[in-house]
Design a protein around this ligand. Structure first.
Ligand SMILES: *Cc1c(COP(=O)(O)O)cnc(C)c1O
Length: 456
């Protein structure tokens, strides 16, 4: 007799509780709750083991672009499976990785022509750090061994990427393991660490970056930044002109600019790349999440011919970039990326984003007046709704109240999957969501916030 739906669900939950250790999850709480088990995707919806449908409000952690089970991407992966599952890029080329690099180079900011593949955002950033460091070493600038990063930044969870990260809650326990990085204050206008006000400030946050570069003159290999929006710290949107200032500062101080577009890339902020909105080309751009449309792990560290050429030399000069991951440029992932990049172009997805972002902003507008909503920050289809205990004083919700988690639990029976960042409720819908679906998502988020903060 075939297993019925409820028995299957129970069996899976029991096995999950027995074997899995979930990322960024307090497992004691997890084991005490009934988990939502995702079983299928259907366009911009996820379906759980009990057959309930939810809008995928955070793009399956910020990576889905065109929705789930997209016929074109499914077909591309299936076709690739019929040819080859995996072959290495170490000393060998492969058709899918070549065509993927070509497609990606077509959309990269002008000047970024060299693509180093890996498999996660964190590895793309590790590669950027090592590449920047070795670039200066090979140019005979041995002093340039330091990095500058921005407080509140998130660049992944490996030791190098958390060294340039700046989220205290995640990173402080590992501090003894990390290398020293020069951190500049966060451009967080709602809670300006420099005590300035948006209307009257002279962008002292960028001035503080300049001070760091002055102080470490001749020692900085690269400045690492999430362009336009610091995602994981709560969708902290930067003031206009901030990134452009950082580009000028790097040029003046001979440091490379690394823009981590792992979250912001592929249309997320309303343009293909966030850096476009500031007219900036970084020396190194990292991307991952949306690269395969949210299907398979693939990341890229993209750089200029200038950086690439530092590494050239005869075999015996040992200028090689000694770095590589086994699954770098995996053909299945590359096939998915090619199909996703083509869909972005053929469906004119980027062109459609301003109207979608406007519809989402419009639907969120009533929520801005809610007494527990401190600020709504949005760039394109990237939204953070910061909840506060007190609007007037901007007093944050205490960690123990776990208000973000309460909101996402309220959102589920209303039909959306969300994920909070502390007290910030995040909306990060697939770019494929229609304006009507975006309005529905905003409505659910608003109602979930009202319910979760009602008794608090
Ligand atoms: C998610 C993220 C990363 C890490 O990517 P993984 O694939 O999870 O390793 C790095 N940088 C930014 C900006 C991110 O949002």
């Amino acid at each position: 007799m075939p297993e019925d739906r409820l028995s299957r669900h129970r069996r899976l939950v029991e096995a999950d509780h027995r074997h899995l250790w979930h990322p960024f999850t307090q497992m004691q709480s997890w084991l005490a709750e009934e988990p939502l088990v995702v079983d299928e995707g259907d366009g911009v919806y996820l379906v759980d083991t009990l057959g309930r449908r939810y809008l995928d409000g955070v793009s399956s952690l910020w990576c889905n672009v065109h929705g789930h089970r997209v016929p074109e991407i499914d077909a591309a992966i299936t076709a690739q499976l019929g040819k080859l599952g995996h072959s290495t890029l170490l000393g060998l080329a492969s058709t899918a990785s070549i065509e993927c690099a070509e497609e990606l180079a077509r959309v990269l900011p002008r000047g970024l022509t060299r693509i180093f593949f890996s498999d996660a955002g964190a590895t793309a950033v590790e590669i950027a750090l090592k590449m920047a460091y070795q670039h200066h070493q090979l140019r005979g600038d041995a002093e340039r061994s330091e990095f500058v990063s921005i407080r509140g930044g998130y660049h992944g969870d490996t030791i190098g990427s958390i060294s340039v990260g700046g989220i205290d809650l995640f990173h402080r326990i590992f501090k003894p393991l990390l290398f020293q990085v020069n951190q500049a204050p966060q451009p967080y206008c709602y809670r300006c660490p420099l005590g300035k006000r948006r209307a009257t400030c002279a962008m002292e946050c960028a001035g503080a970056v300049e001070e760091v570069l002055e102080r470490r003159r001749g020692k900085v290999a690269a400045l690492v930044v999430e362009p336009l929006v610091q995602g994981a710290d709560g969708m902290i949107t930067q003031p206009p002109g901030y990134l452009r200032r950082l580009r000028e500062l790097c040029d003046r101080h001979g440091a490379l600019l690394v823009c981590d577009e792992v979250a912001t890339g592929f249309g997320r902020t309303g343009t293909t790349w966030a850096v476009e909105q500031e007219g900036v080309t970084p020396d190194i751009l990292t991307c991952a999440k949306g690269l395969t449309g949210g299907y398979l792990p693939l990341a890229a560290t993209c750089t200029t011919e200038r950086v690439f050429e530092s590494f050239l030399g005869p075999h015996e000069a040992q200028r090689t970039f000694f770095h590589g991951h086994t699954y770098a440029g995996n053909p299945l992932a590359c096939a998915a990326a090619i199909a996703s990049l083509r869909l972005l172009r053929e469906r004119r997805v980027i062109e459609g984003l301003p109207a979608k972002a406007a519809a989402l902003a419009d639907a969120l507008r009533p929520l801005a007046e809610h007494p527990r909503v401190g600020e709504i920050r949005q760039r394109g289809l990237m939204v953070g709704i910061e909840l506060v205990k007190d609007r007037a004083t901007r007093e944050p919700y205490p960690y123990a109240e776990n208000v973000g988690h309460r909101v996402i639990l309220e959102a589920r029976p209303l039909g959306a999957i969300l994920r909070p960042l502390g007290n910030v409720v995040v909306l990060m819908p697939p770019l494929a969501m229609t304006e009507a679906q975006l309005r529905e998502l905003a409505g659910i988020a608003g109602e979930a916030i009202r319910r979760a903060t009602a008794e608090a």
